[in-house]
Design a protein around this ligand. Structure first.
Ligand SMILES: [Zn+2]
Length: 352
């Protein structure tokens, strides 16, 4: 019986030498130390042995058990260390690899174009004046010579704000940046009603109209408006300033032309065209073969508007103009759908 125990020990140690991983080690444990292992069979058979034999066999069996449990523990540790060493070697970290770049954002194309426009007018001495996007009917329309029910309101489908019954002066989202003209004139004239100071400003910002959204119209868009008010300002100043703007924006040799137009808040009013910068005036798809591109609307400030701003129209004159940066970008980059601007598609935005 003692020899048999020696045999059990020897064969267990031999087979342990070939164990290389956790799973095999567990199988080894079941086979050699498990309930049905030969060693455990000997323990359970002790009672059948004679009284002389029993102590020696029991003692020896215990020694073998402790011995095997000891080597099992050692082997388990050894495997753990080996696995760790292996994974360290396999998954070596290359600290010299460059890190992942941070994606740097950029300004929206409309903002970029707004800033180009503002930069040019800033060089000419214009200041930036920003005003609110929620307006009263009075400031968005009436003070700008659009009386209630005036047919010119048809051109600007309006988004109204539900603010209770305000009669003929409801709240609305501004349909153009022109109410800024009224704000700036009233602000300046209220400080010195007898002698209001001259004004030279650009008014950038978002405007809103209740439009059907199509490739050509959106419910929101940017405008840059300009206003110059003072003594002895004439249509020649308007033409000179805007022609200079177009040359700085689109090229020194670009020709311009003015066509008579109509806006309620200017008189006379004009549309300004620039020679097509895509074809140079010979005619192409962008300019619809005309050789000209419509760039902005403008005119001399209407006497009623000056009056509403606190400027005496017998003494002061002024000019105003307005343009759309998105429209300029569409012309310049042949963008055929205005919905790209507010569609939040990075594939479009990251091209600018
Ligand atoms: Zn053209």
């Amino acid at each position: 019986m003692l020899d048999k125990l020696e045999e059990i020990k020897k064969s267990a140690l031999i087979s342990l030498a070939s164990v290389q991983n956790e799973a095999d080690l567990e199988a080894w444990r079941v086979k050699h130390l498990g309930r049905n292992s030969p060693l455990m069979q000997i323990f359970s058979g002790l009672s059948a042995l004679s009284l002389q034999e029993r102590p020696a066999v029991g003692h020896k069996a215990n020694l073998v058990k402790v011995n095997l449990e000891g080597v099992l523990k050692e082997k388990r540790e050894a495997i753990k260390v080996a696995v760790l060493a292996h994974s360290l070697e396999e998954e070596q970290l290359d600290v010299t690899l460059p890190g992942r770049g941070i994606r740097v954002g950029r300004l929206h194309p409309s903002t970029q174009q707004l800033r180009r426009v503002i930069d040019i007018f800033a060089e000419m001495g214009f200041q930036v004046y920003t005003s609110r996007e929620v307006e009263t009917d009075e400031e968005n329309f009436q003070a700008l010579n659009f009386p209630p029910h005036h047919p010119a309101r048809e051109m600007q489908d309006t988004l109204y704000i539900d603010a209770g019954d305000r009669g003929e002066n409801p709240l609305l989202l501004r349909t153009h940046t022109s109410p800024g003209q009224i704000h700036s004139m009233r602000e300046a004239s209220s400080k010195n009603p007898e002698n209001p100071p001259p004004i030279r400003i650009v008014l950038p910002g978002m405007c809103f109209r209740s439009e059907q959204i199509t490739a050509r119209s959106e419910v929101q868009f940017n405008q840059v408006e300009g206003l110059a008010v003072g003594e002895n300002i004439t249509f020649a100043d308007l033409k000179g300033t805007l022609s200079d703007f177009v040359r700085r924006m689109f090229g020194q040799n670009v020709r311009t032309r003015f066509r008579a137009s109509y806006f309620p808040f200017t008189e006379p009013s004009a549309e300004m065209d620039a020679e097509c910068f895509v074809c140079g005036g010979t005619g192409c798809q962008v300019c619809k073969q005309s050789g000209w591109l419509e760039i902005l609307g403008c005119g001399m400030v209407h006497p009623v508007v000056l009056e509403n701003g606190g400027y005496d129209p017998r003494r002061y004159t002024g000019y105003a103009f307005g343009m759309g940066p998105e429209r300029q970008l569409m012309l310049r980059y042949k963008i055929d759908d205005i919905r790209y601007f507010w569609g939040n598609d990075v594939r479009f935005l990251e091209q600018f």
